[in-house]
Design a binder for this molecule. Sequence first.
Ligand code: NAD
Length: 481
Amino acid sequence: MAGRTPITVAYGDGIGPEIMEATLNIIQAAGASIEIETIEVGEKVYRRGIDTGMESSAWDSLRRTQVFLKAPITTPQGGGYKSLNVTTRKALGLYANVRPSVSYHPFVHTQHPTMDVVIIRENEEDLYAGIEHRQTDQVYQCLKLITRPGSEKIIRYAFEYARAHHRKKVTCFVKDNIMKLTDGLFHKVFDEIAVEYPDLENETWIVDIGAAKLADTPERFDVIVLPNLYGDVLSDVAAQIAGSVGLAGSANIGEQCAMFEAIHGSAPRIAGQGRANPSGLVLAAVMMLVHIGQLATATRVHNAWLKTIEDGVHTYDIFNQGQSRQKVGTLDFAAAVVARLGEVPQMLKPVSYEASQNLSLWRQNVGQQKKAHKRLVGVDVFLDWEPGSPNDLGSALSVVTVGPLRLRVITNRGVKVWPDGLPETFCTDHWRCRFLGEGDTVQPGQVVELLQRVMEAGFDPIKTENLYLFDEVPGFSAVHG
Ligand code: NAD
């Protein structure tokens, strides 16, 4: 039908079909102008032997509509199935995960009555790039990748989101006192981009104390932007302390596509009983309506939902004696929201999206950086070597020299063990041997020759990392201790 916005809908597994029916009842009653394409994803598709949980025709629908409202799915245990969420995020380039965590005090129990935090999590990189290796008998490695374009995209999105939604402050969480290069880059990019938004406050916290503050006084935070792993952990903490894991929705935003879902799973134990709370998916659908520019409908649905919560019409999971008035099932809850369309809450803060800027039309230009001059000055050679005396290793490798390359330091799990190591340091079978000149440029062929010589000396190199200066600034961490 002309004028309607096509969206792709997946009913999912477990409680998925019930909460999706309830959600669609509400948004259609509110006048959402949408044209639904239904796709099948999840358990049944996995069981047909499709390891991504989604048929190719479903991908076609997503590419066509570019908007995905998804109910939770069950990932079957074992069997090499891939997580549908991870696949969808990566395939569609959904770089931003946006999760509001709001308290509904006194109607939903929480220790933090005024909490209203939006966590914006980088969704594609960090330790979730999935690059892991077993390197020795004892040691396994997972690569943490933080990129400048990835950081720019998520951080600029966070500031744009804050501005579009009339927020006041953006907070960055990092651990750059330890990871000076990776988290250091995220922090640096945050500081650079913050300057472009003088109308918004900005601040940075080390993630450990920041997380503690978030759990203790969440009301002091507004919008938080952070790398993937910290965001994964802290967005669940934020939802939980708001008192409302079952009430939170999330958006996964990309340059072209976006996916909207509840943050909870398919809750198989209560599936088919008509008891599940559809609120997480309803609030995800509100975010979708904002995304597709149907702001008045988003406002109507959200305010009617708030009024329903305020009137004490609650599903079993948030029902509490005293505050709740009526215990309802999934579809009756939806009917209660529909009955309140056009009303606004009296005690809870009403929402109004009409004044929000439509971010889905906003496209960012990731800055073209001037290419730094890269100069090779050394190499870290990692060895698989039985735990032994670091001094023996140091003596054996000190005689291996090629061009300007000399053994300067050996570390084990990042701790310096040669020269002048401490006998107390526990050592594994994974040794990093740093060969550097005195700042002279090293030729790539000299690294290859060094590796050959190390092997001839009877050692087992498992990997190397080239040591570069970028515009004469070291692109590698210093060795401490
Ligand atoms: P879950 O979120 O499904 O359930 C956790 C608990 O919360 C259960 O006790 C459940 O009864 C309750 N609950 C969850 N949603 C509810 C709702 N809407 N109303 C009332 N109660 C609700 O987590 P789980 O049990 O760990 O996972 C079940 C399945 O869901 C697994 O297969 C998991 O892989 C999948 N899962 C999917 C998604 C997704 O599709 N985005 C997310 C998380 C988990």
